[in-house]
Structure formats: structure tokens, C-alpha cells
Design a protein around this ligand. Sequence first.
Ligand code: C5P
Length: 218
Amino acid sequence: MTRKPPRKTILITAGPTIEPLDPVRFLSNHSTGRMGFELARQAKRKRYKVILISGPTALVPPKGIRFVRIKDARQMKKEVLRFFKRADCVIMTAAVSDFRPAAVSKQKIKKASKDTVYLKLKRNPDILAALGRKKGRRILVGFSLETNNPIENAREKLKSKNLDIIVINQAAKGLDPFGRGAKDVAIVDKNGKMSVLKGRSKRSIARLIIENIEDYRM
Ligand code: C5P
């Protein structure tokens, strides 16, 4: 009798993080979470164990996966590190806020009499870069969204964060990477292989990303 190999685990992050300023205001990034949720669905379809860690979104997570809801970048980092040990692959689609307000007011900040209010911001941890430093045999996949020189910038991120694969979106005039509809993306791996996908749905992009990961080593 042949025994089936154990199912591999894919950890996926999705959505934005929100960084509170006071009880009613926050700093965040545009992100619907759609890419990460679609990846979770496609990975589940291919029988992987899936852990999805998401910031606030309006989406319903697929059934049969482990789902963890977080709000800010530091909570996301804590949850990602908690599940990292058991993951064979991590796909970071989350639009993590690079900065957070240096102080969180307990009360709603009053409209100042001045026209200009200055906000002091602190750098948030780079979760993916931290994973890159201790990845072991895991496959690490990052996302990159740039308005200028997307390919060059993404190649640089692939190297500096010690990634295996990076998925490149471009936000520019006429190119809307957010939410529904057809998107253009490029997938680059650390051996320099690049696939360009034009006018694809997020479902089709998610399928191809999972296939790329499988071709690569899984
Ligand atoms: O450096 P940049 O933010 O463009 O890199 C994007 C990649 O890094 C994405 O995969 C994103 O999820 C991840 N990231 C992160 N922690 C941050 C910022 C980005 O894990 N603070």
C-alpha cells in the first residue's frame, strides 16, 4: 500500500492593514483583498492546507481553510510568525502599511483651529523581509506595486527580501490593479524567468501563481 505524502501548507496574507490614529481614524492602503482570497480559493482547490491572514476586507473567506483576521501591521507580523513554522510556502499579497501614526490618541482628535495638522509617522516592520532572513526551504512569494520602473524595482525587491518569486502590478494611468476586472501582471522568479500575463482575471492570475510555485519546487 502506498502512502500519500502529507499535504503542503500555503500561508497567504491579504488585504490592507489599518493603522489607527484615534478611535475613528486610520491610515491605510488601497486593497480589496481579492488577490489573496482568490489565491486561497485556488490553493484549496488544489488540496493544499491554507492559512489566510487578512486585514479588513468586505470578502467572505473560502470554506475549509484556516482564516485569521487582523487589523494593523504589527498584528499581521505576529500572526504570520505564529504560522510560519508550519508553512511550506508564504504568499504575501497584503498591502501592509509602511508607516503608522507615532501616537494613537485615546479620544477623537478635535479639528484644530489651524488649517494644517502635522502627523508624525513611524516605520512599520517589513514582514516579508523578516521572513526572507529565516526562510529555510520555504518558498517566498512577494507582490510589488509601483508607479514607475515596475520590473526594475521588483527585481531589486526580489533580491533584497530574499524571495523566490515576485508578482508585479503596475499602478499607472489606464492601469488599475485594484478590485475586479482584467489585470496585467508579470511574474518573475529568482532565476530570472519572467511571464507576462495580460488582461487576466484575478482567478486566472491566482491559478498561474500556484502553478508557478509548483513548477518551481513544491
Ligand atoms: O517593499 P514593498 O512594500 O514594495 O514590498 C512589497 C512586498 O512586501 C509585498 O509582498 C508586501 O506584502 C510585503 N511587505 C511586508 N511588510 C511591509 C511592507 C511590504 O511584508 N511592511
